[in-house]
Write a protein that binds this ligand. Structure first.
Ligand code: CTP
Ligand code: MG
Length: 160
């Protein structure tokens, strides 16, 4: 039991910069889409207006900064970058499925960033399989609570 709690606690501490990187972009109120407003051959946007350069920069800086303060700048930079690339990959998949920007894609919306972070940080700070599974399972409920909070604070137009 103690071992399990220890694993859960340290997994959440280690992934924290990814959560920061995924949360801060909404505050950036970005106006410059990373896909430059362009569509793919399927007629849908490559990523959509929800992925902006301002959000990317804000997430990268904030995620890296929290980990740098704790003395781990490289892993936190990779966690932040992975989270943001994971979120963009999620948006790319949603657009290919014809799901409009801001419309929900349950599970994908919640785990895209955490999977990206775990993959990107692997070379310098590998999570164990047990930790990775734990994080993928607990992230959706954490994300849901955080997004309902952000919605109630009027930071997000939808509670997802
Ligand atoms: N955001 C941003 N740049 C990013 C990521 C997020 O500007 N690289 C901002 C956008 O304002 C976005 C908000 O953060 O609307 C919340 O992100 P998310 O919920 O992932 O985007 P959605 O609007 O739901 O868009 P999508 O359907 O593409 O996921
Ligand atoms: Mg998303």
């Amino acid at each position: 039991m103690n071992d399990l709690l220890n694993m859960a606690f340290w997994s959440l501490v280690m992934i924290f910069p990814a959560f920061v990187a995924n949360s801060v972009p909404v505050l950036a109120k970005g106006k410059h889409p990373i896909d430059f407003g362009r569509n793919l051959w399927d007629g849908n946007r490559i990523l959509g207006d929800g992925k902006t350069f301002e959000g990317l920069a804000a997430g990268l800086v904030a995620g890296t900064a929290v980990g740098a303060v704790a003395g781990h700048p490289l892993p936190s930079f990779l966690l932040a970058l992975g989270a943001l690339v994971g979120d963009m990959s999620g948006a790319f998949i949603k657009r290919r499925l014809g799901i409009a920007r801001g419309r929900p894609a349950p599970i994908l919306d919640q785990i895209d960033f955490v999977v990206g972070a775990i993959v990107f940080v692997y070379p310098v700070m590998p999570f164990s399989l047990e930790q990775a599974i734990f994080l993928v399972v607990v992230t959706p409920p954490i994300h849901l609570v955080a997004n309902v909070g952000a919605y109630l604070l009027k930071l997000k137009p939808h509670p997802w």
